[in-house]
Design a protein. Structure first.
Length: 94
């Protein structure tokens, strides 16, 4: 690869994972194949806690939403970076 083409996506995420995922997938679908080698989404793109005191939602790597995004990335020969996703792992939330 001679040139790294990076796409930057900006979204206004909220506390609804399904709606945020719809927005993410909609933005990805607007890209032409191989238009970018890497597409970057901002931190908290999957979930943004809007109310103080509410628990932070964590994601497991087995969550089907990651498969949906990965499937799109593979079929379009690109990589997708989701900024700052809180992961639930064996020893807590990271």
């Amino acid at each position: 690869m001679d040139t790294l083409k990076v796409g930057i996506a900006q979204i206004t995420s909220a506390d609804n994972v399904n709606e945020n995922l719809k927005v993410i997938m909609g933005l990805l679908e607007t890209l032409k194949p191989r238009q970018a080698n890497l597409i970057c989404f901002p931190e908290n793109c999957l979930y943004l806690r809007l109310k103080d005191g509410e628990p932070i939602l964590g994601f497991e790597l087995s969550d089907p939403l990651f498969d949906q995004i990965a499937k799109w990335a593979r079929s379009n020969e690109t990589s997708v970076h989701l900024g700052s996703v809180p992961l639930k792992l064996q020893h807590g939330l990271f």
